[in-house]
Design a protein around this ligand. Structure first.
Ligand SMILES: Nc1ncnc2c1ncn2[C@@H]1O[C@H](COP(=O)(O)OP(=O)(O)OP(=O)(O)O)[C@@H](O)[C@H]1O
Length: 333
């Protein structure tokens, strides 16, 4: 657990709230912390649950802006309420406006306006948003008073917005306004080394439980289409299923989140580790090569294909395992 805490503290100093010890994420954090100090618009791209929201909040925190961060899910804005929600309105400006209301632009002034799922904004609303970003001015509905917008814009989407632009689903001029800096947040399968760390971190947050080595391996090589959000939910469930404070491979199997082949590989590895054999890696490695060569009737190209490695790997190792028989086979093949 100490290892988790040390990493957590070190990483959080660079990017508040973000847990990782992945090399790519460290670079991303250094890049983000530089950008954070400017007023430039940032676009965060990445699959669902990869931490875009968390990073937007970290950018705001690092920016030292006096105002607050206002998060807006652009996919959940009713079409007829866009102007009222973004610009605000005066009392009596329309039916049902029984009191004066400030909008998102006002609330995010001196702070950050985080536009999540920006690809979901219809073209008509994109035009209205663009007008404010260009003029840096807005007015409440029903008011002739113009207000200045000094907030910083961070937006996010899992969609390929550049492609949306070419398909004319997203305005090109708005795209250039919002992505002065574009950051791609990697999916969890691109940083599998973070999975054990995150699992232990989330478990520690809920209650003190530990994971068996086999359980951590199963988590590490499972598919996580919902990324860190899915991992977090899974750990919540595992804390309930843990046996005497330990999450085992059986607990993970009960949730049926791991692929059969991953489960099989991890279990075989576990059995091999328990075997009283010296230099286990080499033993297994050699046995695999021997098996593949035998299966392919001594054809090393075919053996290499079966193993998914280059022929030279097979040749080099065979020469070491059985120097004499190899030269004999080479003479006969
Ligand atoms: N590196 C991380 N360290 C710790 N927690 C994380 C990390 N990344 C994501 N999380 C957690 O995972 C969950 C999902 O993250 P977040 O909401 O930021 O993802 P997102 O990319 O914005 O998702 P969506 O696109 O669905 O809005 C949150 O509970 C967040 O706190």
């Amino acid at each position: 657990m100490n290892a988790v805490n040390n990493v957590t503290v070190r990483f959080s100093e660079v990017l508040p709230g973000v847990i990782s010890h992945n090399r790519g994420m460290k670079k991303l954090a250094e890049y983000v912390s530089k950008i954070a100090l400017s007023d430039a618009a940032v676009f965060l791209h990445g699959e669902t649950g990869t931490g875009k929201d968390l990073i937007a909040n970290a950018i705001h925190q690092l920016s030292g802006r006096l105002g607050r961060i206002v998060s807006v899910n652009c996919g959940a804005i009713p079409e007829n309420l866009f102007e009222s929600l973004f610009f605000g309105h005066e009392k009596g400006a329309f039916t049902g406006a029984d009191k004066k209301q400030q909008g998102f632009f006002y609330q995010a002034n001196f702070g950050t306006l985080f536009l999540d799922e920006i690809a979901e904004l219809p073209l008509i609303h994109q035009a209205k948003l663009l007008r404010v970003l260009e003029s840096r001015q807005f007015s409440r509905i029903g008011s002739s008073e113009t207000q200045e917008f000094t907030g910083r814009i961070i937006s996010a989407s899992h969609a390929n917005l550049a492609q949306h632009v070419t398909q004319r689903l997203f305005r090109e001029d708005l795209w250039y306004r919002i992505n002065l800096f574009e950051i791609t947040v990697p999916a969890l399968h691109q940083r599998r080394d973070d999975i054990p760390l995150l699992a232990q971190y989330f478990a520690h947050n809920t209650q003190r439980i530990c994971f068996s080595a086999c359980a951590l391996k199963l988590l590490q090589f499972s598919d996580w289409p919902g990324n860190i959000r899915q991992l977090k939910n899974t750990v919540d469930k595992l804390t309930v299923l843990a046996d005497a404070g330990e999450v085992t491979a059986d607990c993970i199997q009960q949730l049926a989140i791991c692929d059969d082949h991953v489960d099989w590989a991890v279990r075989v590895a576990q059995e091999i580790i328990d075997m009283p054999v010296n230099n286990k890696l080499q033993t297994i490695h050699d046995a695999l090569i021997e098996q593949a060569v035998e299966r392919s009737n001594g054809n090393k190209t075919e053996a290499a294909r079966l193993l998914g490695v280059h022929r030279k790997v097979v040749e080099r190792r065979l020469a070491q395992i059985r120097p004499r028989s190899t030269s004999h086979q080479e003479a006969t093949l």
